[in-house]
Design a protein around this ligand. Structure first.
Ligand code: ATP
Length: 410
C-alpha cells in the first residue's frame, strides 16, 4: 500500500533555498572556518618564533652554566618523578634535586655528575677516569730535548742532578750515601721554560712525563682534589713500574699549596684536603725511588711552608726571565725551522731583535717568530724580513700592554 503523507511535496515546495543557495551558505561557513584556522596558524607561528627565541636563550644560558666551575657529585639513588639523590664529593653533603627526563634516563646510581651552584645536574661525568684524563697529561715519550731550551744552563744542571741522575745513576747516590732531594720546585715568571725543562729531563732519562695542572684540580673538579692527587700517584706508580721511572710535574702548585687561610669556607677546606693528600703522598714514598717529582709556580711567596720542608720540595730552582744571551739562544731555537726552510731574509739581525725584546719571556719570543712568519705569509713575501719581525715584536708588546699575554712579572 502506498501511503503518501504529502511531506515530500511540502519539502519541495518550502526549499527553493536548496541547491545554489545551500552551497553558497556552506561556502561562506567554510570560509569562516578557514579564516579562523588561518588566524590560529598565524598565532601558532608567532608562538613558535617566540619559543625558538626562548630556546636559543635557554641554550645560551645552559652553555654559560656549563662554563662555570662545577661541583662533582655522585648519584646515590634515582627517586621517582625525575628526582635524584646526590652526594657532593669533598664535603659529603647530601641532597635531592630534580633533573630533566633526558639526564634522568642516562644516569645510574654510582655515576658521577657535575652540578652547578644551584645544585642542578648540568652534565654526566661517568667514572673518575674521565676526570683523570682531563686534569692529567701523559707523554709516554716527551720529545723536548735540552737543545730546545734556550739559556738556563745552570738551572738545567741543578734539575738534572736532582731528578735525572737518581733515575739514571742510582748507584752513584748509594755509593756516596747521598740522599737526592725528593722534590724540585721551579719558580719564576710564566713562559720561561719550566715545563720545557721538566719534559727535557724526562726525555733524557727515558721515562714518561706526567703533568697535573694545580689550577684545574681546584677550580674545575671541586670536591675531587684529594682523590685526583691519589689517582695521580697511583698512575705514577703504575708508570714507574712499567718503565724505569717517571717524572711527575705539578704545574701551578700554588693553586693547591697556597698558605692555609682557614677562612672557614668549604673552598679553602677543599684546597687544604688536596694539599694534605699531596703531602701524605710525598711523605709516603722513597726518595731513592724512581718517581721523581717536580712542581712549578709563578708565586713562590704564596706557598705553604709545609710544602718546602725537607723531604718535600727541598730543592728550589729559580727560572728567571731570559737575559740577552739567553734571548739570543731562544731566538736561534725558534728560528731553526725558518732557517732550515731558507726563509730568513738577509736584513734580519738577531742581535737587533734581542735588544728590542728586553723583558720578553721565552714564550713571547716564540710568539714573535711565529707571528713574523704569519705576517710574511699575509704580505705574500718570499722570506721573513726585519720589517715582519719588528711588526711582530710590536704586536706582542701591544698584547702585553693590553693584558692579553699572560705576563705578570716585571
Ligand atoms: P708557565 O709558568 O706559564 O707554565 P713555563 O715557565 O712552564 O710557563 P713553558 O711552558 O716551559 O713555560 O714555555 C712555554 C713555551 O715558551 C715553550 O713551549 C717554548 O716554546 C717557549 N719557551 C719558554 N721558555 C723557553 C726557553 N728558555 N727556551 C726555548 N723556548 C722557550
Amino acid at each position: 500500500m502506498n501511503v503518501n503523507t504529502g511531506a515530500d511535496e511540502v519539502a519541495a515546495a518550502e526549499s527553493p533555498v536548496s541547491g545554489a543557495d545551500y552551497l553558497r551558505q556552506e561556502n561562506t561557513m567554510l570560509q569562516k572556518v578557514m579564516e579562523a584556522q588561518q588566524q590560529e596558524l598565524n598565532s601558532l607561528r608567532s608562538e613558535m618564533t617566540r619559543m625558538r627565541m626562548d630556546n636559543l636563550q635557554l641554550k645560551k644560558e645552559n652553555a654559560a652554566l656549563k662554563r662555570m666551575p662545577l661541583f662533582v657529585a655522585s648519584v646515590l639513588e634515582k627517586l621517582p618523578e625525575n628526582e635524584v639523590y646526590l652526594r657532593q664529593m669533598g664535603n659529603n653533603q647530601e641532597y635531592v634535586t630534580q633533573t630533566s627526563t633526558e639526564i634522568y634516563a642516562q644516569i645510574t646510581s654510582g655515576c658521577k655528575v657535575a652540578v652547578n651552584n644551584t645544585l642542578s645536574i648540568v652534565k654526566i661525568l661517568g667514572d673518575t677516569v674521565d676526570a683523570r684524563v682531563k686534569v692529567m697529561e701523559l707523554e709516554e715519550k716527551p720529545k723536548v730535548t735540552f737543545e730546545d731550551v734556550g739559556g738556563l744552563a745552570d738551572e738545567i744542571i741543578e734539575v738534572r742532578e736532582a731528578v735525572e741522575y737518581p733515575l739514571t745513576r742510582p748507584e752513584a747516590f748509594e755509593r756516596f750515601g747521598v740522599i737526592p732531594p725528593k722534590g724540585v720546585l721551579l719558580y719564576g715568571p710564566p713562559g720561561t721554560g719550566k715545563t720545557l725543562i721538566a719534559k727535557a729531563v724526562a726525555n733524557n732519562a727515558g721515562v714518561p712525563f706526567l703533568r697535573l695542572a694545580g689550577s684545574e684540580l681546584v677550580h674545575k673538579y671541586i670536591g675531587e682534589g684529594a682523590q685526583l692527587v691519589r689517582d695521580l700517584f697511583t698512575l705514577a706508580r703504575d708508570l714507574a713500574e712499567r718503565s724505569s721511572g717517571v717524572v711527575v710535574f705539578i704545574d701551578e702548585i700554588d693553586a693547591v699549596g697556597s698558605m692555609r687561610t682557614n677562612d672557614g669556607t668549604s673552598g679553602s677546606a677543599e684546597v687544604q684536603r688536596t694539599l694534605m693528600q699531596l703531602l701524605a703522598e710525598m711523605d709516603g714514598f722513597n726518595t731513592r725511588g724512581n718517581i721523581r717529582i717536580m712542581a712549578a709556580t709563578n708565586r713562590p711567596d704564596m706557598l705553604d711552608a709545609a710544602l718546602l720542608r725537607p723531604g718535600r720540595f727541598d730543592r728550589l730552582v729559580k727560572v728567571p726571565l731570559p737575559d740577552s744571551a739567553a734571548r739570543s739562544q731562544i731566538f736561534a731555537i725558534h728560528m731553526r725551522k725558518i732557517r732550515a726552510a731558507k726563509a730568513v731574509a738577509k736584513d734580519v739581525n738577531v742581535d737587533e731583535l734581542v735588544a728590542l725584546t728586553e723583558g720578553f719571556n721565552g714564550s713571547q719570543i716564540e710568539a714573535v717568530c711565529r707571528e713574523a712568519g704569519m705576517i710574511a705569509i699575509r704580505e705574500e713575501e718570499k722570506k721573513i724580513s726585519l720589517k715582519q719581525f719588528l711588526d711582530a715584536i710590536r704586536k706582542i708588546k701591544n698584547e702585553e700592554a693590553n693584558g692579553i699575554a699572560d705576563i705578570m712579572y716585571t
